[in-house]
Design a protein around this ligand. Sequence first.
Ligand SMILES: Nc1ncnc2c1ncn2[C@@H]1O[C@H](COP(=O)(O)OP(=O)(O)O)[C@@H](O)[C@H]1O
Ligand SMILES: [Mg+2]
Length: 453
Amino acid sequence: MEPPLSDCLREVHRLLDGSELPPRPLDRALRNLSGALAREVRLMEKLQNALAHINEGRFLDEVMNGLFNEFKGTIPFERIGLALLEDGDVVRARWAKSDLPEVKLLVGFAASMAGSSLKGVLRANRPRVLNDLTQYLKEHPDSISTKLVVEEGVRSSLTCPLIAEGKRVGFLFFSSKETGAYENEHVETYSRIAAHVSVLVEKSLWTNRLAAQKEEIEKKNAELSRLNDLKNSFLGIAAHDIRSPVGITQMVLDSIIKGGDKLDAAAQRSLLVESAALCRHALALLNDLLDVAKIESGKIELKPISFDLASLLRETAERHGRLAAVKGTRVVAEPPPPGDMRADPLRVRQILDNLVSNAVKFSPPESTVQIRARREAAGWRVEVEDQGPGLSEEDRKRLFQDFARLSAQPTGGEKSTGLGLAITRRMVEAHGGKIGANCPPEKGTTFYFYLPD
Ligand SMILES: Nc1ncnc2c1ncn2[C@@H]1O[C@H](COP(=O)(O)OP(=O)(O)O)[C@@H](O)[C@H]1O
Ligand SMILES: [Mg+2]
């Protein structure tokens, strides 16, 4: 078996020191060689020790911070950067650290590998030492990345390709402000270190990915549990608010079928009219519930087109105006500025119907509801203003929540499910828009929504 390197070096020294002849060129060459080898061995040992510590890091940031701290004083640098390869031959700066505040870190900066000298580094699978970047830039004036680092004052760089189990991972960059900081004779050592670091980086990337997946799963679980709660509250509402009208209607029908002859036609008719109203309300509630369920399960499909907002506002005002006339309430639409809205017209109509019917429902008789619209940065803002009771602080907190029946009560015997605004909010948000309400004191409420083009 061959003796270990350290024993060989010691033996060479002993022979050279013990020789009585004047030193020959071979002696000098041997002495130099053994000195260089000894330095290399020391560097390798230090870096191996450092790697053992770095190995304890789990996440990418831990591993890289460990590298930065452990390699300090062993390899010269003021900055270490890590760039990872992404699909499509792109390399992106993923991590960087420096002791010097003036050094920029450029994390997130991405560049194409096409035409970059990094391609050659990867192909050679060997660290590249550039010990005079000013000179390198003169010879390669097109290298944007070199231009950037030279401007920051970097003079030498050591670029290590990271390849883990045959898979190209990215690059590790050491940068120094000194010219000639990296010794070419250490390239072998750097190369071995880069092979270790590649595995550590790849491992930590998996740890990061797993953690991200775990977070994603937890988020999905929370969302599922929220949907489950919603479903339960729907069942509760359905059990109560839908069962009772159906139960009453059944009783009415039974009593007419069985004892119809005991009731005169007028009494029968009034019972039927009442049941019809109850059924209408149950159906409206059921439709609302189905709407919420559809939106929540992501099944709502928007069909955005360009349409004339002015006609929609006019038509809405007329339709609601006819119903509101029973209470002596007027619904007025101000003509909006010319231009089309781009959205799903059926949904916008539903949004407007909810806001206008609320404005009529919760305002005192004989009041006026105004609908207006104006262009805003890349979209439309539509407002529905009423002269109703406004909203309390408490109301505002729950305004767009499911089943929120707040302080205002219907003023003309209308029904309330407390789902209209919750659906409206979802419709607006599905369009990427915003909804809200303002109520200056004693002035009623103005609901508004903004839809982007
Ligand atoms: N324009 C308004 N002015 C005052 N309060 C309102 C107005 N619109 C809605 N509200 C309050 O918000 C609650 C929720 O409205 P909504 O979700 O449309 O349900 P619903 O109309 O079925 O009651 C209403 O019950 C009411 O108390
Ligand atoms: Mg409503």
